[in-house]
Design a protein around this ligand. Structure first.
Ligand code: AOF
Ligand code: ZN
Length: 347
């Protein structure tokens, strides 16, 4: 049997938990009876709630899964965490075959779930749509393997790579369609990050659960719309306190700027596992070396002005071979704009 389509459906089910499962992974699950008919599905809804396998299996009450197949994008767990091990429930329910997208990278599971299933005589098929499953959980994977925050940048430019004219005029480069997609992208990340320059230039609201604001000298007005929703982490060079609903966090200075390495480490310690940077060319450029992924919306416009502001503005190079290199992973159309999704190629 070809399990690719069913695995794709598990990925789609898993995505229903986007924005709610962090720091845990996105997981979806399908159960087939012994004749291959789909009899249940489920997903991990929210951090701390049932895992996907349990969500799907607990919907079945009459033993119709006995001798059946379970498909799941992540190896079933083998540990007692917030819930008992999913592998045990799968065994108890008499499932005969388990189809897995990728092995778990969480060291307390890592292969133990698969071994437990096999020991119980269950056939295990691994690595079905593994690449897609790894992209689905790229944040979880980076967190588990490196114990570091996953950083993505979102930018919106003209065809000539500009985010604004020389005097900051930028509303709106991309279409309503693209801006709706940005809201969905934002939702995948624990926090958004922006700077005082962006706040002073655009005065955005940026609705989100958590916001990291870089304002070295505290020059933004704390009454600005951006401060009016979400938890605020305001990195600056002088204050370290919690006041007026704002976490002021004092950061060291490096090369005359707030130290990004410190900020990213601090954010991770504060439980922020992923960040979407939505700012201008300076921060985009400075943070590029820590960046895992870029969402680049491009509108079919040309400013034609070399003084317009670029989406990455941080270095001078003489040789074109000193450019940063990327691998384009996906292209989408949000008419009339396109969205390029790309990953840095590590040198
Ligand atoms: C999930 N949802 O659907 C699956 C997970 O914190 P706990 O006790 O819920 O355990 C989380 C770990 O369980 C997680 O890091 C991952 O290794 C494994 N699988 N987690 O939250 C799920 N299948
Ligand atoms: Zn589990």
């Amino acid at each position: 049997m070809q399990y690719n389509l069913l695995m794709k459906k598990c990925i789609d089910l898993a995505k229903q938990g986007e924005g709610l499962t962090s720091p845990n992974p996105l997981v979806g699950c399908i159960v087939l009876d012994k004749d291959g008919n789909e009899i249940s599905n489920g997903y991990h809804h929210k951090y701390g709630e049932n895992h996907a396998e349990r969500d799907a299996l607990l919907k079945l009450h009459n033993g119709e899964e006995k001798g059946g197949t379970l498909i799941v994008n992540l190896e079933p767990c083998s540990h007692f965490g917030k819930t008992p091990p999913c592998a045990d429930l799968i065994i108890e329910r008499g499932i005969k075959k388990v189809v897995i997208g990728m092995q778990d990278v969480n060291p307390i599971v890592a292969g133990n779930g698969i071994r437990k299933l096999k020991k119980a005589g269950i056939e295990v098929i691994e690595n079905v749509l593994a690449d897609e499953c790894k992209i689905l959980n790229e944040i979880f994977i980076k967190n588990m393997i490196k114990q570091e925050v996953f950083v993505a940048i979102k930018t919106a430019t003209t065809l000539d790579g500009k985010i604004a004219t020389y005097n900051g005029s930028s509303k709106w480069i991309t279409s309503e369609n693209s801006r709706e997609e940005v809201k969905k992208i934002r939702n995948r990340y624990d926090a958004i990050m922006t700077t005082s320059s962006t706040i002073l230039a655009d005065n955005p609201t940026m609705q989100h659960r958590k916001k990291i604001i870089l304002d070295r000298t505290l020059k933004t007005n704390l009454e600005s719309p951006i401060y009016k929703n979400g938890e605020i982490y305001l990195f600056n060079e002088s204050l370290d306190m919690f006041e007026g609903g704002i976490n002021f966090i004092k950061s060291p200075i490096k090369n005359n700027k707030l130290d990004l390495k410190f900020i990213l480490k601090k954010a991770y310690e504060l439980g922020i596992k992923s960040i979407l940077v939505e700012s201008g060319g300076h921060l985009n450029g400075e943070i590029l070396k820590y960046t895992d992924k870029i969402y680049h919306f491009i509108a079919p416009k040309i400013t034609g002005d070399n003084n317009s502001l670029s989406c990455f503005n941080f270095q001078q190079i003489d040789n074109i071979n000193d450019s940063y290199n990327f691998k384009i992973a996906q292209t989408d159309i949000f008419g009339p704009d396109i969205l390029l999704t790309y990953y840095p190629i590590l040198k």
